[in-house]
Design a protein around this ligand. Sequence first.
Ligand code: APR
Ligand code: PHB
Length: 391
Amino acid sequence: MRTQVGIIGAGPAGLFLSHLLARAGIDCVVLEARSREHIEGRVRAGVLEQGTVEVMRALGLDARLTRECMIDNTLDIRFRDGLIHLDLPALTGGKHVTIYGQQEVVKDLVAARLAGGGPLLFEAEVLALDGIDGKAPTIHYRHAGAEHALPCEFIAGCDGFHGVCREAFPPGALTTFDRVFPFGWLGILSESPPITEMTYVNHAHGFALCSRRSPRVSRLYVQVAADEDPEQWPDQRFWDELRVRLGEGAGELVTGRILQKGVTPVRSFVAAPMRHGRLFLAGDAAHIVPPTGAKGLNLAVADVRVLARALGEFFRTGNPGRLDRYSDTCLTRVWKTVRYSTYMTNLLHRFEAHSPFERQLQQAELAYVAGSRIGGAMIAENYVGLPFDDD
Ligand code: APR
Ligand code: PHB
């Protein structure tokens, strides 16, 4: 087997890329270390920017999304002195976000890829990359008990934060930027109807978030210690604490059977450049953003959109111009998104190290946004998704 583009990882980045390349008539193979059940069962965020939905629509992958998604036109932020209510279409010239779980996106993309004949190999773990400095790189992987080599023309490293592709860059070729916040999010899925508005909360006890997956399933989070053991949070403790943090908003809260519970780290990480020779990084392999902006999946889609276009141009015309600009094009959006996600994280969380002065500043920032169309529009514009920086 050989291919034009070897894609490592079947998360959102690798799956979207495989569909975009297939549409452009470019041959690719996707290698995924884990099983299909595993990648389809991972619960993550579920807020899709309009640009992400448009990519799904353009690929003809939006049938179930259109039937099952929920359109969100508002974002609420509760804080000590009041409520910020953002009317997204009014603040962004008609835009909104779409609620549809990441694992549902993954299921739809996997099904369509397999129906189209793949190739998409599960339980195919990439062990090493060879020759990324030349024109004929090779991916070495293990599948069904044997080791194989996949010769390609390009490699797409879509293997997430813990993958092998970033490590394949030569020593000194990458600069990394990292901020680990001193807290995590304890997240649950609950079999209960969600509260009406997507609601972020800044409370003296810490951040909370009420989101949803469907009219019958809520996705709820509370800020906890970074190394918190979810076992310390029996269901009743979770509901009690969420109720306290929601304050007046708790009236609407309906409890239900908790289906899943886990702790998400809150961190930023950027590796630059996102390309070395014939190896291109995309998605979490190159960057992580704090979950406060709900941007991880959307940023992965933005990367592979740029990459697919650049590869398309190269294979069509031999012009490497867009490939050469890939890293710079992506990193402009990545850093804007890191900025927004960091802004929201700083605005909404309890920081143990804050002085009384800094606590007052945080409340003043919230009060400012509550009373300013421009302050609210800045949040809304980023939340619905910045326009793609096409070059
Ligand atoms: N060989 C093959 N596959 C690998 C290897 C390897 N050595 N290492 C990692 N992978 C796979 C993982 O099993 C995972 O399924 O790469 C995939 C990477 O997927 P994600 O972690 O989902 O990353 P990405 O596609 O960039 O998604 C970005 O989605 O997962 C969220 O938090 C993430 O929201 C962000 C967005
Ligand atoms: C989610 O629905 O899981 C979600 C929503 C908003 C966020 C993060 C996660 O900022």
